[in-house]
Design a protein around this ligand. Structure first.
Ligand code: G6P
Length: 468
């Protein structure tokens, strides 16, 4: 466990997504809605009431109007919304952050066609630079307004803030945390050389850079070495769910209602579950293909088991994401049409963001499938064991960052190997009660080992001068 920082420095958190976005209520006044996603749900509660500043992009029209009025108070923190020019934002978020960096960091490109770096891509790269410069400028202003501040920059949307922060404030403690995987030098080489160097130099300008696992940290170090960039201090700090908060939500009426509905829907059958954004990196298609293969090879399971898929749409402005979602829906229809019978639907796909319902499902699974092609961490794999009430087992991709922590008590799979995944789901369903209980206990213990507070403290500490 890291030692707590005695004197807590004021924090300036810089992330693409703000902790809340604003909509107009029935009375016409702007009212905040807490943002979704792992980062906001883990970090925002720790900052409530602390006076910390959170700088994020204005997401709604109302956000943009409020941004013009300057920082505002939100749950005891200072919220600074940046109204980025919509065209710049779209190029930076869609073309660079999600269609280029996300794909490069997760190894998702179908290299026969993508990526292609041309003049219009370079225009988008300029937009990404401009957006990063804007965030860095706001961070320096906020830090200067509160002397002694530490700046914590989150994720790949803001890789280029480091250079700009250093230029403007050479001595400001500034930490970058990458929530995604970091690629090997060979994988990073898919980017134009000057772009790879620009990213690494900017990360090298931070006081330190953090990652969820040693694998991503050492890939980053190897990239710095290969591209001859001087590396910053680095650290490994896996995020973990807030177990108490999960229990609190689970006990809520809404969650209990969903539990009852889901139990009725599965009709007492054994339940395989996944909970994901609809996202190519999550490998949802191969998960369903594996389930199909299992059902075809094991007639005894026909009618006896359901695959509940709690998914929710993501980044629908990108054609690749829309196409992936359509393919997922077609795959479910095909499997259900060819294998379902007598009212039994082998796969039940839900497409809506509903955290209490997902949590209810996590309390009910017999097997949780987390099979990403690659993932920085994967919080669902830790949330499941914390709330599951059935000694559920875990089928886990060896490419998920969390496999470093949970791997020894899960069924580890190569995410591309559909047959191996099918066999793992089968073995997980067949496991005897004693071994199930042993594994479930071990998975829960590891998932409980750290808290979001530990993760935040690790970042805070690593920003202090002289703390490696
Ligand atoms: C990943 C990224 C986060 C991002 C989240 C949701 O977890 O690491 O930075 O916020 O996905 O994606 P979105 O594009 O909706 O913010």
């Amino acid at each position: 466990m890291p030692a707590r920082v005695e004197q807590e420095a004021p924090l300036v958190v810089v992330a693409n997504r703000p902790p809340a976005t604003y909509r107009r209520g029935p009375d016409g006044r702007p009212s905040p809605v807490r943002g979704g996603g792992g980062l906001v749900s883990s970090l925002a509660p720790l900052l409530d009431g602390t006076g910390a500043t959170w700088i994020g992009a204005a997401m709604t029209e109302v956000d943009r109007e409020l941004a013009a009025l300057g920082p505002r108070s939100y749950r005891g923190m200072q919220l600074e919304l940046l109204a980025i020019d919509p065209e710049v934002y779209e190029l930076a978020y869609d073309t660079i952050s999600n269609a280029t960096l996300w794909f490069a960091l997760h190894g998702l490109f179908d290299r026969t066609r993508e990526p292609t770096f041309n003049r219009s891509w370079r225009r988008a790269w300029d937009a990404y630079r401009a957006l990063n410069a804007r965030f860095a400028e706001a961070a320096v202003q906020a830090a200067e307004a509160t002397p002694g501040s530490t700046v914590l920059v989150q994720d790949y949307h803001l890789f280029l803030t480091g250079t700009e922060l250093r230029r403007r404030a050479p001595r400001l403690p500034a930490v970058h945390f990458t929530h995604t995987p970091f690629p090997t030098p060979e994988e990073l080489a898919v980017l134009p050389d000057d772009v790879a160097v620009e990213i690494l130099r900017s990360l090298g300008a931070f006081s330190s850079c953090g990652f969820h696992t040693e694998r991503w940290r050492s890939n980053f170090a190897a990239c710095c070495d290969t591209y001859d960039v001087s590396p910053p201090e680095t650290f490994v700090a896996p995020l973990a769910p807030d177990a108490e908060e999960l229990e609190h939500v689970l006990a809520s009426e809404r969650c209990q209602h969903h539990r009852a509905v889901l139990a009725e829907r599965t009709g007492g059958r054994r339940t395989v579950l996944r909970v994901d954004r609809i996202e190519p990196s999550k490998n949802i298609l191969r998960g369903f293909l594996a389930f199909e293969e299992l059902l075809r090879s094991r007639p005894d399971l026909s009618g006896e088991v359901v695959f509940l898929a709690m998914t929710y749409p993501s980044r629908q402005s990108l054609p690749g994401y829309r196409a992936y979602r359509a393919e997922v829906e077609r795959c479910v229809e095909r499997v259900n049409a060819s294998l379902g019978h007598d009212g039994w639907q082998p796969i039940q796909l839900e497409v809506a963001d509903d955290f209490p319902r997902s949590l209810a499902a996590l309390s009910l699974y017999d097997v949780l499938v987390v099979n990403p092609i690659r993932d920085g961490l994967n919080l669902v794999a830790k949330e499941g064991p914390l709330v599951n009430a059935r000694n559920g087992t875990l089928v886990l991709s060896r490419e998920a960052g969390v496999s470093a922590e949970l791997g020894s008590d899960a069924f580890l799979v190569n995410p591309f190997d559909v047959s191996e995944t099918a066999a793992a789901i089968g073995s997980a369903l067949d496991l005897d009660a004693v071994e199930r209980a042993r594994r479930a206990k071990a998975l829960a213990a590891v998932s409980r080992r750290r808290t979001p507070r530990d993760w935040l403290d690790d970042q805070r500490r690593s920003g202090q001068p002289g703390v490696p």
